[in-house]
Design a protein around this ligand. Structure first.
Ligand code: CA
Ligand code: CA
Length: 273
């Protein structure tokens, strides 16, 4: 009798270990998978297109470092098309946005018959949401619509007074300014340093095996006046979470472990008796 009870207790112990391992395996967090990454230091690679075939790589003029990026672009849309994505429920796109020369933000003034702005930059998902539709300003006396959330002033030290509600200082939220080496000459200043870099990231619900991201600008003056580029583009997808049924199954197993544990305790008790 004693021997049999000991055996039962040992069996319960093995069963408990096996069930615990099984539940732990199902409970393990599954991290996001990177499905696209490119710093454009060597090649554009596949997936990129634009209506006017302006896809190419440019090296920023600052010779302190070799910084190559996708661009320069003017008005229009530049698309990244990804296919064969693994099963997922949400997607995150992150990238460095380079804003080159005299972006005029919310400006509506007309100079030499040419509207200065507003200078819009947009990002939307093909068949999906608009992730950003805003204006940027690289200086002067005009603010921009873009400000990060939570708010961060950025790197310029601009402090324009009397900006209307919802308009922010030039370069608000920029992670770098005057670092790319671009300059702009106006009637007032010759070769004035003028560029900014924004680190942007957007997460959105998305399923399906293909994804189209449309980066674009509108309202810009000529490409020698103001332009933009992309760098360090990364797209990651988050896998399907463990289904509720599996969690229920896991809870059931935990219940079984409890029963096995109780049995073992009572078996030990009987053995001692
Ligand atoms: Ca680069
Ligand atoms: Ca402009």
């Amino acid at each position: 009798m004693m021997k049999k009870l000991k055996k039962t207790a040992q069996g319960s112990r093995y069963m408990r270990s096996a069930l615990l391992a099984f539940v732990c395996w199902f409970s393990m967090p599954v991290s996001a998978a990177t499905v696209y990454i490119n710093d454009f230091q060597s090649a554009v690679g596949t997936g990129w297109s634009s209506a006017d075939n302006t896809i190419g790589i440019t090296q920023a003029p600052n010779t302190d470092f070799v910084r190559k990026f996708l661009g320069e672009f003017s008005n229009g849309t530049v698309s990244l098309s990804l296919t064969g994505l693994p099963e997922h429920v949400s997607t995150t796109v992150s990238f460095s946005l380079y804003l080159i020369r005299s972006w005029d933000g919310n400006a509506t003034a007309i100079a030499n018959g040419d509207p200065l702005g507003p200078d819009h930059w947009t990002l939307n998902v093909g068949g999906g949401p608009t992730l950003l539709n805003t204006t940027f300003s690289n200086g002067g006396s005009v603010g921009q619509a873009y400000a990060p959330s939570p708010f961060a002033a950025g790197c310029t030290g601009y402090n324009l007074s009397g900006l209307p509600s919802g308009e922010y200082n030039p370069m608000t939220g920029a992670s770098e300014c005057y670092s790319l080496g671009y300059t702009f000459s106006s009637p007032d200043v010759t070769n004035e340093a003028m560029d900014s870099v924004y680190e942007l990231s957007f997460a959105f619900a998305h399923t399906g095996g293909s994804l189209m991201l449309n980066f674009g600008a509108n309202g810009l003056q000529g490409i020698a006046d103001e332009s933009w580029g992309l760098d360090n583009v990364k797209v990651a997808v988050s896998p399907v979470p463990v289904p509720a049924a599996v969690w229920l199954f896991g809870s059931g197993l935990l219940g079984l472990i409890g029963v096995a544990r109780r049995n073992r305790i009572s078996a030990n008790k009987e053995t001692e008796d």
